[in-house]
Design a binder for this molecule. Structure first.
Ligand SMILES: C[S@@+](CC[C@H](N)C(=O)[O-])C[C@H]1O[C@@H](n2cnc3c(N)ncnc32)[C@H](O)[C@@H]1O
Length: 192
């Protein structure tokens, strides 16, 4: 059986390396921020967002324990406000939607802010840049959030980006992920 998390990383690896600019748009307990920090190294930078103090505290503790380079900035703000904090083009971004593992399940990502955040992130990705979005349709908000994201992405011009969905056909409520790649020749996103 495929390990979806490992599959996500395999898709991301060709898009990330030393010196890259990356973002973790849902910091949570910091596992993705940690991975990004290690990939981009001392010459790169990772912007990480969350709305909960616990997420920032857990992530800070994890990054310090792992001896990460000083290449990250932990931001307490909703991801749809990303342009207040990121003033440079991005190579790669990760959204791992849902609620903080071990935290309050009521404090989940919401489609009203998730969708604008994804659209803002797309608008600052470099040509050839990518976004990975993990969706959890096993809870109602996650199901609706995923439906809205898929419907919206299906309307983007392929000259701008390609969007792929990876899901388990015989486990319809299991998590799935969406991978977005900006066309290498697309120049319309140079808004920063
Ligand atoms: C599934 S967790 C992320 C897991 C994390 N990437 C990790 O590696 O541990 C989802 C996180 O999204 C956060 N979140 C919810 N709404 C948000 C928003 N509007 N902006 C940024 N983060 C948000 C939650 O607080 C929660 O910590």
């Amino acid at each position: 059986m495929l390990n979806l998390r490992e599959t996500q990383k395999e898709l991301l690896k060709p898009h990330i390396g030393l010196g890259c600019i990356a973002a973790d748009f849902t910091m949570g307990n910091g596992n993705d921020t940690l991975w990004l920090s290690k990939q981009v190294g001392i010459g790169g930078k990772v912007y990480a967002f969350d709305v909960q103090d616990d997420a920032l505290a857990n992530t800070k503790a994890l990054l310090e324990k792992e001896g990460c380079e000083n290449n990250y900035v932990l931001i307490k703000a909703s991801h749809h406000l990303l342009k207040n904090h990121i003033k440079e083009p991005l190579d790669l971004g990760i959204f791992n939607l849902g609620f903080l593992p071990g935290g309050d399940k009521g404090l989940t990502t919401l489609r009203e802010t998730t969708l604008p955040a994804i659209e803002e992130a797309i608008s600052i990705l470099k040509p050839g840049g990518c976004l990975m979005i993990a969706v959890y349709p096993g809870h109602e908000e996650g199901r609706l959030e995923g439906e809205l994201i898929c419907k919206t992405l299906a309307e983007y011009d392929q000259k701008q980006l390609s969007a792929y969905r990876f899901n388990v056909l015989n486990a319809p409520t299991s998590p799935y992920f969406i991978f977005i790649e900006i066309n290498k020749k697309y120049r319309g996103g140079d808004k920063i």
